[in-house]
Ligand binder design. Structure first.
Ligand SMILES: N[C@@H](CCC(=O)N[C@@H](CS)C(=O)NCC(=O)O)C(=O)O
Length: 201
C-alpha cells in the first residue's frame, strides 16, 4: 500500500493506523500548495481533488476519504482490534463516529485554515469548533476511548484533529478531558512513529 500524505494534515490519521496494524506500506509526501509529490510528480493525476489522504492499494486501486481509508486499514488486520467486527452494532457506532469526525468536526476547521477567509467567517468557524470541543470534552470525561472500551481508528482520527486547535489560536486548556485523552493517545508507539516519519516529533 502507498499512502499520499502531507505532514500534520488529516493524512496523519491513516499514517498512524498503518503503524498500528504493522503492515508493509510506503509513503509519498505531497506539497498541497503545488500539488506535486516530493519527486515532482503531478498529485492531481492520483487524486483530481488534490486532497490527501490517498491510499493506493497493492492492486493499484485508489481509495480516498478518511472514513473509508481508516476502515480499510483496520480491516487489513482484524486482530489488531482497530474496528469492531463487520455486522456488529459497534461497527456502525464506529462508522457513525468516523462520519461525524469527517463531515462535522474536520470540516468545521476549514475556514480557519483558509487564507483570505474573512474575520467574520473565521470567528463563526472558531465558535463552531469550540462547541464541538465542549461536547466532545463532556463525552470523553471518564472514558478511555472515543468509541466504546476499545482503541479504534476513530481515536486515531480524533487525536489528529485535536492537534489543530493550537495552530488556529484555540486554547485547549478549556477542555481538560480532551487534553488528558490526547496525552494518553500520544503515548502509543504507532503515534510516535508516524509523527517522527512526518518530521513532527
Ligand atoms: N473529506 C476528505 C478531506 C480531505 C482533506 O480535506 N484533506 C486536506 C488536508 S487535511 C487537503 O488535502 N487539503 C488540500 C486542499 O483542499 O487543497 C477526507 O476525509 O479524506
Amino acid at each position: 500500500m502507498k499512502l499520499f500524505f502531507s505532514p500534520g494534515a488529516c493524512s496523519l490519521a491513516p499514517h498512524i493506523a498503518l503503524e498500528e496494524v504493522g503492515t508493509d506500506y510506503e509513503t509519498v509526501k505531497v506539497d498541497l500548495a503545488t500539488r506535486k509529490t516530493e519527486a515532482g510528480e503531478d498529485f492531481l493525476a492520483v487524486n483530481p481533488a488534490g486532497k490527501v489522504p490517498v491510499l493506493v492499494l497493492d492492486s493499484g486501486e485508489v481509495l480516498t476519504e478518511n472514513p473509508a481509508i481508516l476502515t480499510y486499514i483496520a480491516d487489513q488486520k482484524p486482530e489488531a482490534g482497530l474496528a469492531p467486527r463487520e455486522g456488529s452494532l459497534d461497527r456502525y457506532r464506529l462508522l457513525s463516529r468516523l462520519s461525524f469526525l469527517g463531515s462535522e468536526l474536520h470540516k468545521a476547521f476549514v475556514p480557519l485554515f483558509t487564507p483570505g477567509a474573512s474575520d467574520e467567517v473565521k470567528a463563526a468557524a472558531a465558535d463552531a469548533v469550540k462547541n464541538h470541543l465542549a461536547a466532545l470534552d463532556k463525552e470523553l470525561s471518564g472514558k478511555e476511548y472515543y468509541c466504546g472500551d476499545q482503541f479504534s481508528v476513530a481515536d486515531v482520527y480524533l487525536f489528529v484533529i485535536l492537534g489543530w486547535p493550537a495552530h488556529v489560536g484555540i486554547d485547549m486548556s478549556a477542555y481538560p478531558s480532551l487534553g488528558a485523552y490526547c496525552g494518553r493517545i500520544a503515548q502509543r508507539p504507532a503515534v510516535g512513529a508516524a509523527l517522527k516519519a512526518e518530521g513532527l516529533a
